[in-house]
Design a protein around this ligand. Structure first.
Ligand SMILES: [Zn+2]
Length: 114
């Protein structure tokens, strides 16, 4: 990571800390060249994730769309609040990351995760 103050590319990571939902990593960095400190945030680039649909279409992963699908899929179930939906979405994102090559997401699969 290049130092924003002097342009030195050889900066050091002093501390890494994930956010509560583990989706953002905060890193404290130090530049030995100009003795500056700065912070970077590393987050998942969701638009890089591709969902392959049943008919073979490839569409970019859309968190809002997933949220709507889950809400629709669980409409008839009780005790499903928005907080739980959020948790499931975070879980889905994590699974997608682990898969590296995301498979298609079916309603049935989503329902099982509750
Ligand atoms: Zn520097």
């Amino acid at each position: 990571m290049r130092c924003p103050f002097c342009g030195n590319t050889d900066t050091q990571v002093k501390d890494s800390r994930p956010s509560d939902d583990q989706l953002v990593i905060r890193r404290r960095r130090f530049c030995p060249e100009c003795v500056s400190r700065f912070t970077t945030y590393e987050r998942i680039q969701l638009s890089d994730l591709i969902v392959i649909k049943k008919n073979g279409d490839r569409i970019p992963f859309d968190r809002d769309k997933l949220s709507k699908s889950i809400t629709t899929a669980t409409r008839k179930k009780r005790n499903v609040d928005s907080e739980k939906v959020e948790k499931v979405i975070n879980g889905v994102v994590r699974r997608l990351e682990m898969l590296r090559q995301p498979r298609d997401l079916f309603k049935k699969k989503l329902e099982k995760w509750f």
